[in-house]
Design a binder for this molecule. Structure first.
Ligand SMILES: [Zn+2]
Length: 145
């Protein structure tokens, strides 16, 4: 079984416990929030391996970044707004900087998990819990494997 599948299984195990705790304390989450939270949790459970060039999440990040760079450059040519140049520069720097991070380095720390989870607070504070749980499950599974 591929590594990312173990991480997703580890997340599902922890998420089941989390939802049981929510149920025990009668913390009611809407069904949509549970679905969105678990999708984000699954994404964050494989996110730390973005430091591995052959990982699924790295390939996904590279493809999305390249698409954003392409469409930003096209938008800059059509609309001529400098924001699109900035977007393309940011994602170019992201792709290039990922080439220099080492495996199980900064992206495999809970500090990175907290920093990468904070933006979700704007959408809904519960999403931060799912994201941190995903990150935590990744680190736990890595320590076992
Ligand atoms: Zn890992």
């Amino acid at each position: 079984m591929s590594s990312y599948k173990f991480h997703i299984l580890g997340y599902i195990a922890l998420a089941t416990l989390l939802l049981a705790v929510f149920s025990y304390y009668k913390i009611g989450l809407e069904e949509d929030m549970v679905i969105l939270g678990n999708l984000i949790g699954i994404l964050y459970s494989i996110l730390p391996d973005v430091d591995t060039p052959s990982s699924k999440i790295r390939m996904l990040v590279n493809r999305i970044s390249l698409a954003l760079i392409f469409f930003s450059l096209v938008a800059y040519i059509v609309i001529n707004s400098p924001i699109f140049i900035y977007i393309s520069i940011i994602f170019t720097v992201l792709i290039l900087s990922l080439c220099f991070v080492r495996h199980r380095g900064i992206f495999h720390t809970m500090g990175a998990g907290f920093i990468l989870s904070i933006p979700l607070y704007i959408i809904n504070p519960y999403l931060v819990i799912f994201a941190i749980l995903g990150f935590l499950s990744h680190i736990a599974v890595d320590s076992i494997l």
